[in-house]
Ligand binder design. Structure first.
Ligand SMILES: [Zn+2]
Length: 251
């Protein structure tokens, strides 16, 4: 929002927030064009940016939010860079994730409308909602094609080696997870991918992806499973259902 759409993030006119300054400084230093979004930056740039914004966040945000919320959401330790959610709050946020995101986006858009020039505010809600962008799944396709049986994960049909007819499907819909993780991606035929769309597959497919992940973990892509566990995948699957995603899909 700062670089791509040039939206001011502070309620004081003609001043910039600490994070805004960091982003603009970094952009200038490396000559990053305005139209390049975070996801398209090289990974070392992404890491440097995360480090810089983390420092500002540690200074101005973590403690302030903790105080404002009367310590009800998380506890933290700045020295060891540690944040721990209160478990009931964590469950609440997962259960009502879609509603919380929509409410937050609505109020953020309202705030930005108040503190930015009219000419920058076209489609402001759309600009707010498109922060995370879907990446190309081509790299994942290559990996899955190499290690998987060449059958549709859902209907079992033999897959075409024509790239256009074979899809990479987000087992838990992308719109819920909003990132591309190896442990959540499967090969599917065009028909299943299109029909499944934003739905959750039947629980027998959850069992199937558990097994698939155990096998894929043994290959050269094991690093993509560093933060994976069956428990986490199962919890996300359940939470997506609670957030209103259509359940029980099968071909
Ligand atoms: Zn299929």
């Amino acid at each position: 929002m700062v670089i791509h759409h040039d939206l001011n993030q502070l309620n004081t006119p003609n001043r910039q927030s600490g994070i805004q300054k960091e982003l603009k400084e970094f952009q200038l230093m490396h000559g990053v064009p305005n139209k390049v979004v975070f996801d398209r930056l090289p990974s070392n740039f992404q890491l440097q940016l995360v480090e810089r914004t983390k420092k500002v966040g540690a200074r101005y945000v973590v403690g302030a939010l903790y105080g404002d919320m009367e310590a009800s959401i998380y506890e933290f330790d700045k020295r060891t860079e540690y944040i721990k959610f209160n478990s009931s709050m964590y469950i609440f946020l997962q259960k009502y994730r879609q509603i919380v995101i929509h409410l937050t986006n609505y109020h953020l858009a309202k705030f930005l409308e108040k503190h930015n020039d009219k000419n920058k505010l076209e489609d402001v809600l759309l600009k707010v909602e498109n922060i995370s962008k879907r990446e190309s799944l081509h790299a994942f396709y290559n990996i899955l094609w190499k290690y998987e049986t060449k059958e549709c994960f859902y209907c079992g049909k033999v897959l075409s080696d024509k790239r256009i007819a074979t899809h990479v499907d987000h087992f838990i819909p992308w719109s819920y997870i909003q990132s591309d993780n190896m442990w959540n991606l499967v090969l599917s035929c065009q028909s299943c991918n299109t029909k499944k769309s934003n739905k959750l597959a039947k629980s027998l497919y959850l069992e199937k992806i558990f097994v698939r992940n155990e096998n894929l973990k043994l290959t050269a892509v094991h690093n993509d499973f560093n933060y994976y566990s069956e428990r986490k995948l199962e919890a996300l699957y359940e939470y997506a259902g609670m957030n209103g995603y259509v359940e029980n899909w099968s071909p």
